[in-house]
Design a protein around this ligand. Sequence first.
Ligand code: NDP
Length: 281
Amino acid sequence: MATIIDGKKISQTIKDELKEKVAEYKQNGVEIALAVILVGNDPASSVYVGNKKKACEYIGIRSLSYELPEETSEEELLTLIDTLNKDDSVNGILVQLPLPKHIEEKKVIRAISPKKDVDGFHPENVGALLIGEPGYVSCTPAGIIELLRRSNVEIEGKECVVIGRSNIVGKPMGVLLLRENGTVTVTHSRTKDLKEVCKRADILVVAIGKPMMITADYVKEGAVVIDVGIHRKEDGKLCGDVDFSSVEPVAGAITPVPGGVGPMTIAMLMKNCVDSISLLS
Ligand code: NDP
């Protein structure tokens, strides 16, 4: 029986710590504001944006909401970002992805000032992460490190295998585990003998985007398994990239879906907003 790593509980602790910090800032006359931009009306994106705004409210961060119609042009969006970049009362800027097809995501990410890029997607922040300089770190992988740390999972010297090499999860995850002195392997769709590679892992982070693909035969007895995937099944329930009922009996510890990595992503976004005070100065 694996220990269940409770992301909901850990994220709540982090949000309460941040709430206290924000209250202290407020006493000293410092207010934190996050601008949240949503283009179009993708239902999943609307839910994510709603949750982010709720978290801001809980912690005491002011959220400025920009809900733009689907037909917003790239130029209009870039103009708004430019205005927010120049507005000293705005600490963080978040553009909810994905964007409508006629808007180039890369261009939008680059347009956000690296000092306000609380998602940690700007190339300057990605580069800073790689060379170990201060900057914003992508929220999901940062949240996973925090989950491991607060669950007393030691990373140093451990075999860490990441499945997936996306810019927002897999790649920064690999770098962060390396920074914690793990021995890291990042796998992807061209990896040979994926099962064998995964079976080496003491810590297995799964970010493939394939519902319940990872079963017990990918997992070493006692391994820590972190499931990043989120999918809605036909019965309306959520599941991850890991087949929980198959893996849980062999793993030493495992994150559930929901209630594992997901809530940590939002908590780390809030942390990045609070950290903007020191990063902006
Ligand atoms: P991407 O689709 O961008 O990346 C998936 C990665 O998995 C790619 O690198 C791909 O390899 C690799 N891959 C795909 N199929 C296989 C396979 N059969 N064997 C080995 N590797 C494979 O996904 P993301 O990283 O954006 O997200 C991953 C999952 O996490 C999704 O379910 C997403 O919804 C979820 N997610 C959850 C978050 C949260 O807060 N909990 C936040 C972000 C994402 P290749 O590069 O070769 O194509």
